[in-house]
Unconditional design. Structure first.
Length: 272
């Protein structure tokens, strides 16, 4: 009997690739827990990423660098329990895919075997090609990530727009073609000029998923906590807040505190 995971309508890696061919936009968001995954999945999100942004959004680190394999597996397991339809992709943490190909295979394998992911994402261009080829050969689908790659924050020195100058833009386009040739099923383009993202999108067959990369990518992704107005420490220009949940939650908490202090909660109707 088919499980819910294999039920008709389940988004697969080939389906994500077919969406580009059909000209159908791909809606992606991040999740780190069961409840959020359930809400995103039932809302029709096509691809859910357990991003290493979990380190900043959930754990309170200043960067994504400290995120561990064990942490990403824990969050992937929770998200996997909430998904019926969306494709589940896990972000490979810093240094989980750079040390050696053997170590990378082990770590990516853990994302699928222990976490329940259906693909992994890893940051980087040409230097990652051999690793990507190996993973794909072994049946581990890979999503690429170019432009602003937050794990390189110490090299970049900040979260500025990438590939603004001609040389970096040319390199990014070359990297995208190399990643495609290595076998990625899609490429995240983060914080790059919209015109460059359009050019990349037109020059590769695999879908591009933009975040701060303009409207012409084949799909879009945002950090869910950003678009919900929950992560309020900073708001990049490319984030659209669809709701101000942070404000709503603060006001609910303040009301609760006041109600408890003034003995207005619980009422008799809320008591046994
Ligand atoms: O970690 C993350 O959430 C990401 C997305 C922003 C693409 O890499």
């Amino acid at each position: 009997m088919a499980s819910e995971k294999t039920a008709a309508g389940k988004v697969t890696v080939p389906e994500i690739m077919a969406m580009k061919k059909r000209g159908e936009k791909i809606a992606c968001l991040t999740a780190y827990d069961y409840l959020m995954a359930t809400l995103l999945d039932r809302a029709g999100v096509d691809l859910i990423l357990v991003g290493d942004s979990v380190g900043m959004v959930v754990a309170g680190y200043k960067t994504t660098i400290p995120v561990t394999m064990d942490a990403i597996i824990y969050h992937t397991q929770a998200v996997a329990r909430g998904i019926r339809r969306a494709l589940l992709v896990t972000d490979m943490p810093f240094l989980s895919f750079q040390v050696s190909i053997e170590k990378t295979v082990e770590n990516a394998g853990r994302c699928l075997k222990e976490g329940g992911a259906e693909a992994v994402k890893l940051e980087g261009g040409a230097p990652m090609a051999e690793t990507i080829r190996r993973l794909v050969d072994l049946g581990i689908p890979v999503m690429g990530h170019l432009g602003l790659t937050p794990q390189s924050i110490n090299k970049f020195g900040g979260y500025r727009l990438r590939a603004k100058d001609k040389d970096e833009a040319k390199q990014l386009l070359t990297d995208a073609k190399i990643l495609q040739e290595a076998g990625v099923f899609s490429i995240v383009l983060e914080k790059v000029p919209a015109a460059l993202a359009k050019k990349v999108t037109e020059n590769v067959q695999v879908p591009t998923i933009g975040i701060g990369a303009g409207p012409d990518c084949d799909g879009q992704i945002l950090v869910t906590h950003d678009m919900l107005g929950l992560f309020e420490e900073f708001k990049p220009k490319f984030v659209r807040r669809y709701v101000e949940l942070g404000k709503a939650m603060r006001s609910a908490f303040e009301q609760y505190v006041a109600d408890v202090k003034e003995s207005k909660f619980p009422s008799l109707q809320e008591s046994y």
